[in-house]
Design a binder for this molecule. Structure first.
Ligand SMILES: Cc1cc2nc3c(=O)[nH]c(=O)nc-3n(C[C@H](O)[C@H](O)[C@H](O)COP(=O)(O)O)c2cc1C
Length: 190
């Protein structure tokens, strides 16, 4: 089983990063092979809304998104992590999500599925405030992405009250829940 983590935070060693690492540790404890993509280290543009008629590859824009497409195609499970930025996903994360529009178009308008392999998906989000509605808004976007890539939205971990870099380490309950999520994502398949 291949578990892919996608980190939408710009902070290496930040709260999202630490929680995702713990999640992958949980997945590895169940024998999974794991990989983490840090979106902020990649070079990719926002969706150009080309709406071309005949998709034969995920996207005509040639940039690092194609690394992500390849990994998403191979993954048995995906854990997406993002901090809340201005009540939503980070720009890095949303920009990646939008670049799956080609897959949405192909799947829903052409009946061709680039990401046909079913995969378990989970969403981890962190933020400073306690406002649950921010998480709910971000969840809707992530659910839409999952529907586009044949991901089954199975799990989530929302961690409010985290602001300073590394503050998730002061919340062992969040770290434990991240580890547990990593274990679960490898086993839940129905
Ligand atoms: C640009 C920016 C926007 C933010 N917007 C919000 C927000 O709307 N609500 C909130 O609770 N926290 C907000 N925060 C705080 C981050 O969500 C918080 O510091 C989080 O723990 C960062 O996670 P990270 O360490 O994984 O990057 C914002 C931080 C930044 C840098």
């Amino acid at each position: 089983m291949f578990v892919l983590a996608i980190n939408g935070s710009p902070r290496i060693g930040g709260n999202t990063d630490l929680l995702l690492e713990e999640t992958l540790r949980g997945a590895r404890s169940r024998g999974a092979r794991t990989e983490k993509i840090v979106l902020n280290s990649l070079s990719y543009s926002p969706c150009q809304e080309c709406e071309r008629d005949n998709y034969d590859s995920p996207c005509i824009v040639q940039d690092d998104m194609h690394l992500i497409y390849a990994r998403v195609r191979d993954a048995d499970a995906i854990v997406l992590g993002s901090p809340t930025f201005f009540g939503s996903l980070s720009a890095q994360t949303k920009m990646m999500v939008d670049r799956f529009q080609c897959a949405w178009f192909s799947k829903n308008k052409r009946g061709r599925d680039f990401f046909s392999r079913e995969k378990n998906c989970a969403f981890i989000a962190v933020q400073a405030s306690q406002k649950q509605e921010y998480f709910a808004g971000a969840r809707t976007v992530v659910r839409n992405l999952c529907a586009t890539i044949n991901g089954v939205y199975r799990d989530e971990l929302f961690c409010p009250g985290l602001d300073e870099k590394g503050s998730s380490l002061k919340h062992p309950e969040f770290m434990q829940r991240a580890f547990d999520l990593g274990e679960r994502i490898t086993t839940v398949n129905s």
